[in-house]
Design a protein around this ligand. Structure first.
Ligand SMILES: *Cc1c(COP(=O)(O)O)cnc(C)c1O
Length: 470
């Protein structure tokens, strides 16, 4: 094929229409999913072999193969990991961004996406009490958390680590239930295992903030300088929000950086009903919010908000003469403030949602998912066969089938989850809480309703009864 043919606009039009038609048909799974699987699980090795021998020639066949070999988030029986069910307009905006390929470090190369990066941050920062603040959009919560911690070190460390390297020992205090990427971030920064001081959780899986003082004192005695505390809003396993007010007060008292990892549940701030969960956010220095979790925007699209706009320039105090001048705070050259240099057009997909539907649409989505999780928790409590790990704060519900004394409950629940995966009618995951295996559901799909949840519990009961000794 010639390069001229490769870029032919009419071929693009034709195959683009085919693709959109196929995806539009696929979207009907929201309403009509009888007999359709959420996931058609095949082992990784078998999958590799299938792709290796696949006879795919046309774009249509290739695109269809991607669809057929993917998990279907739009299926209302998808209740697995916390990845959003993308809104069609957000996905179309993202698709446009892929062809324009105009995002990035410097304004000239990204006029729309850089300007809108500021605009969407300006629209949303006030919900977190950051009216005077600022923010960036970056590729994922993992990267946003690392960015926040690097900034915290630059602001709070007693030496100029960015220029001279570090000679002291530093740490962040964080709940033992925090997402593993916090641990990864402190190790990337060279703080080692001791760089993450894990605060135990109470029986509701919340950080025991009354222990902060004691752990802080102990670290100081050991010559470790605590630079800040990370609150989870919520934690990943159980979906429980930390007491952000208590953490905020502690940080103020000790002059520490307060970062909130609200990758999952930050958008509760947009909801009249659930914004109480984010109470205390206004005391934070920085907040991570994934738009690809509870904002219907495709992955990876993550906000990192800063309460003090100046701090957003302190993460990467670096000069690159070929990209930008030495002048300090150019809001429009985002490469100064993000880990990425070249960047995907991220702001345009959020702008599309905000401009077309307003922030209320994020509230509607979050309320729907959180309400359905509460309903599910009530159903579990009412059933004698199931045990609920903790009353949910969010759309994450952990529960287990109890069985009887003749079986190992952990084995039983592992088996249940494996069979559910292999059947493919539902997609749920599992987690380990205090050495107990729990089934874990995240209500990510706003079209998941009571009948689906009843069916799920019925299916689990069937599998369990087959597994129990007669
Ligand atoms: C999902 C999640 C992360 C990781 O975010 P990615 O966008 O997947 O990199 C970090 N922290 C919490 C609390 C999360 O829920």
């Amino acid at each position: 094929m010639s390069l001229e043919e490769l870029y032919d606009s009419e071929a693009f039009r034709k195959h683009g229409h085919e693709l959109i038609d196929m995806l539009a048909d696929h979207l009907s799974v929201i309403k009509d999913h009888d007999g359709k699987k959420v996931i058609d699980y095949v082992s990784p090795d078998e999958n590799y072999k299938n792709w290796d021998t696949a006879k795919l020639t046309s774009p249509k066949e290739i695109f269809k193969a991607f669809l057929d070999n993917s998990i279907h988030l739009h299926h209302p029986k998808y209740m697995g990991h916390q990845v959003t069910v993308p809104a069609p307009m957000a996905a179309l905006a993202a698709m446009e961004g892929m062809l324009l390929n105009s995002g990035g470090a410097i304004y000239e190369m990204s006029a729309a996406s850089s300007t809108l990066e500021k605009w969407v941050v300006d629209q949303l920062k006030g919900y977190f009490g950051f009216d005077q603040g600022d923010g960036i959009i970056t590729s994922g919560g993992t990267l946003a958390n690392l960015t926040a911690l690097i900034c915290a070190r630059n602001v709070k460390a007693p030496e100029n680590v960015w220029v001279e390297g570090q000679t002291e020992k530093y740490a962040f205090m964080v709940s033992e239930e925090a997402h593993y990427c916090i641990d990864r971030a402190v190790r990337v920064m060279g703080w080692g295992e001791a760089g993450m001081i894990k605060i135990p959780v109470d029986q509701h899986y919340k950080m025991r903030t009354e222990l902060l003082e004691e752990y802080y004192f102990k670290a100081t005695q050991e010559g470790i300088k605590v630079l800040g505390v990370v609150g989870s809003a919520p934690t990943t396993s159980t979906g429980i929000y930390d007491d952000l007010v208590s953490i905020g007060e502690f940080c103020q008292k000790k002059n520490l950086w307060f970062h909130i990892d609200a990758a999952h549940g930050g958008p509760a701030a947009f909801s009249d009903k659930y914004k109480y969960l984010m109470h205390g956010a206004e005391m934070a220095d920085s907040i991570t919010v994934d738009a690809h979790k509870m904002m219907m925007v495709p992955s990876l699209t993550t906000f990192l908000f800063f309460k003090d706009s100046k701090n957003s320039y302190k993460t990467f105090a670096q000069k690159a003469q070929y990209l930008w001048s030495a002048a300090d705070e150019e809001w429009y050259n985002y490469g100064k403030r993000t880990m990425e240099c070249t960047k995907i057009m991220l702001s345009t997909r959020i702008y599309t949602m905000l401009k077309l539907y307003g922030v209320e649409v994020f509230e509607a989505y979050l309320d729907q998912c959180y309400n359905t999780a509460k309903l599910f928790a009530d159903m579990i409590v009412e059933s004698k066969d199931f045990d609920l790990a903790v009353t949910p704060h969010s759309n994450i519900v952990c529960f287990r089938f109890m069985g009887d004394s003749t079986v190992d409950t952990n084995d039983l629940n592992r088996k249940i989850r494996n069979e559910i995966l292999e059947q493919g009618q539902f997609y749920i995951v599992q987690t380990l809480l205090k050495d107990k295996v729990y089934l874990r559901v995240s209500i990510m799909n706003p079209f998941t309703v009571r009948v689906h949840l009843e069916e799920l519990l019925g299916q689990i009961t069937l599998i369990a009864q087959r597994s129990l000794p007669k």
